[in-house]
Write a protein that binds this ligand. Structure first.
Ligand code: HEM
Length: 135
């Protein structure tokens, strides 16, 4: 039998995490709790929207990995809304975002392994790099 690709590992792991409705709120509690500066970025955001951001981000990462033109175009658009002239999300915040996503996923995915972790790191890492490069 063929080994699953990082993309397969990532997508299945995302589905297991999202199936637990506490996954996304737990991520936000930790991400916003990690610093006053991050919390402040979300001062005008309602909770429902915040929840959507992570779900949408993971979908975009999955789509971009699959090479979908629409997802790639939307990541470029998100990079613009997050740049210094808009939401002003400084590059240093992305590391916290990535570590918080991975830490939370590792606790919610009951089939978590080191290959799954490296799949998350590779896939989210590409998107983060792209967002940062357009800051
Ligand atoms: C690869 C990483 C990220 C992706 C793909 C991403 C994606 C998104 C998306 C899709 C939205 C729009 C949600 C909507 O449709 O309303 C959004 C909004 C937002 N993001 Fe991110 N994001 C990322 C990282 C971050 C980081 C590191 C921060 C740091 C604080 C951040 C702060 C925000 C804020 C403040 C909003 C606006 C929420 C609102 O008031 O509507 N994002 N992001």
């Amino acid at each position: 039998m063929e080994e699953p690709t990082p993309k397969d590992l990532f997508l299945k792991s995302v589905s297991r995490c999202i199936a637990n409705e506490a996954f996304i709120p737990t991520f936000y509690e930790r991400f916003l709790g990690s610093s006053e500066e991050i919390k402040d970025k979300f001062r005008f955001t309602n909770f429902e929207k915040q929840n959507k951001m992570l779900a949408r981000s993971l979908e975009l990462c999955a789509g971009a990995t699959a090479g979908e033109a629409e997802s790639l175009a939307e990541i470029t658009e998100r990079a613009r809304t997050h740049d210094r002239d808009h939401l002003n999300i400084e590059p240093r915040f992305y590391g916290v975002w990535l570590e918080t996503v991975i830490e939370t996923a590792s606790e919610f995915d009951d089939e978590w392994t080191s290959s799954i972790e490296s799949a998350w790191r590779t896939i989210l890492g590409h998107v983060v790099q792209r967002m940062i490069s357009k800051y």
